[in-house]
Write a protein of this length. Structure first.
Length: 536
């Protein structure tokens, strides 16, 4: 009987112990968590050498790793190269690759892979838009223009040693090596892909913290990134993966983060106060210029004399008495924070180029209408975001244009996502739109107005302007700078875009998510160090 009670006592204690353990709060493992993000359109290709849009770059920078990476202060740190040296004259860079660097298929990452990747970017037949990021490499520009053979490029591979010779010292060269065009490319795998490299999950291998499983890319729906078990770098991925959905921007970013459909996203300025009230994590990353764009496909608004007269009627001191929180009035299309060849672009370029206010705007409009033999303008509606500050600005513009034209101007306030969709579809006549450049170079802003650009808020199709922008990529630095200034002046003079104010740009993330690195100017998001804690 005593034995029976002893056994019963042990069983009772065991049950209590198990119940106690079950009631304890279990700390979730960040390595079990999935980060959720969203992009507005699917990349045409994840081939780094031809990746030319923000969506492609974002994914490329997480599934590939360059010789160096950028930390949260935008400083170069070891990537596929464990160390490097720079010659005293700043022209010779010698990179030592990690011996344990592997592709996601288990093959070793070699210096030849980087030499082949860089060569593909520079080769004229690749037609890579990222080639100019690497023009400081010896003979790179001449090779890209077809003036010299690819064998003359200053890139040399020897086992796990990569030597890059520059044409001139470039203080930003290490940063340039984090661009997609500087990513490695496995030549045998690329060749075996039969021209489809990077166009599907089974046509790409990765050397970065994440990779895409064969079932991880459903076109027009999602791209799922998962930990790359072959990755051996210093900064191993924390989360199990990143689920990237392909969808329209959320109507309310703060709400989407709160309900868990996304964990981070670019934050519209109108939601800044809401984000602070919701205790979201905020990261500032530069400026976006907002301004007036006319749809130049309209039969009347396509004429620069009409656009010029409408803009000359605006006195910024009156229409911009109040700007959205965190914004400042500007007179230039390219923001102050943009850099070119290691220095501030604005410090070397003229400022205040936009069309000035004129007391004779009404006479100017009459002459323009007489020249076109029209008695009235088309009915104008200003498309804008639905925040209070922007609508106040639009009301002031409407007041000026009502007086100028003698007709009634309407406004159409919509959500940020609706405005984005309207700009892409061209369903507007006048819009207050942002210039969302995908890089910290004046060229990135200017290319927004090139023919066929998705974010061409003016729907400009101008061969002369396209030619100016194309010249920038082919000319030496000093001559290219002249062309950049010419292109910005062209947009101003033609009334293509009228800058109003610059907005500080933010990314918002859940208060439970930390460790994400947001690089400025659409340069990418590094999810490798993301930590996501839940209450489960």
């Amino acid at each position: 009987m005593k034995l029976f009670f002893r056994i019963l006592s042990v069983l009772f204690c065991l049950i209590l112990s198990l119940m106690s353990a079950g009631c304890k709060h279990k700390t979730p493992d960040p390595g079990d968590e999935i980060i959720c993000y969203s992009i507005t359109y699917e990349p045409d290709s994840l081939d780094p050498q031809i990746a030319d849009d923000a969506s492609a770059r974002l994914i490329v920078m997480n599934i590939f790793e360059g010789l160096v990476r950028l930390d949260d202060k935008e400083q170069p740190i070891p990537g596929a190269a464990s160390k490097w040296t720079i010659s005293d004259d700043g022209l010779i860079y010698t990179f030592h690759l990690r011996d344990d660097a592997r592709w996601s298929n288990g093959e070793q990452v070699t210096a030849d892979d980087f030499a082949f990747g860089i060569s593909r970017t520079i080769a004229p037949e690749t037609n890579s838009k990222g080639a100019d990021d690497l023009f400081s490499i010896k003979n790179a520009e001449a090779v890209h223009l077809g003036k010299m053979s690819l064998s003359s490029l200053g890139v040399y591979a020897n086992g796990q040693l990569l030597i890059i010779e520059l044409a001139y010292p470039d203080p930003d060269f290490l940063t340039a090596l984090t661009s997609p065009g500087a990513m490695p490319c496995n030549k045998s795998y690329f060749t075996a892909s039969g021209g489809q490299y990077g166009r599907d999950a089974d046509k790409i291998i990765s050397n970065g913290p994440f990779y895409i499983r064969r079932s991880g890319w459903s076109h027009e729906e999602y791209i799922y990134l998962r930990q790359n078990s072959e990755y051996s770098g210093e900064h191993k991925p924390v989360p199990a993966g990143v689920n990237i959905s392909i969808a329209s921007p959320p109507d309310n970013v703060c709400q989407a983060i709160r309900d868990g459909s996304i964990d981070c996203y670019m934050l519209p300025g109108a939601e800044l106060d809401q984000a602070k009230k919701n205790h979201l994590n905020l990261t500032s990353f530069g400026e976006t210029v907002w301004g007036i764009s006319f749809n130049t496909t309209n039969e009347i608004l396509q004429h620069e004399e009409i656009r010029h007269a409408l803009l000359a009627a605006l006195d910024k001191n009156q229409i911009l008495r109040q700007v959205p929180d965190g914004c400042r009035v500007v007179n230039d299309i390219i923001p102050d924070s943009v850099r070119y060849n290691g220095f501030s672009y604005r410090s070397h370029a003229p400022s205040g180029l936009c069309i000035p206010f004129s007391e004779t705007a009404k006479d100017e409009l009459k002459k323009a209408m007489a020249k076109l033999k029209i008695d009235s303008l088309p009915k104008l509606t200003i498309l804008c975001t639905d925040d209070e500050a922007t609508q106040g600005i639009v009301n002031s513009i409407i007041e000026k244009w009502n007086d100028l034209t003698g007709s009634y101007i309407n406004k159409n306030p919509v959500s940020s996502s609706e405005l984005n969709n309207a700009v892409q579809s061209g369903e507007y006549r006048v819009v207050i739109a942002p210039l969302v450049a995908d890089g910290n170079s004046p060229v990135n802003t200017l290319e927004l107005f090139s023919t066929g650009s998705v974010y061409n808020s003016a729907k400009l199709s101008d061969e002369k302007y396209d030619s100016i922008v194309e010249d920038i990529h082919t000319l030496p630095e000093n001559e290219a700078m002249v062309k950049i200034i010419e292109a910005e002046q062209y947009l101003n003079d033609k009334g293509v875009f009228y800058p109003l104010y610059a907005e500080n740009r933010y990314y918002a993330s859940s208060e439970n998510v930390t460790g994400i690195i947001f690089h400025p100017f659409e340069a990418g998001i590094d999810f490798a160090g993301a930590t996501k804690l839940t209450n489960s």
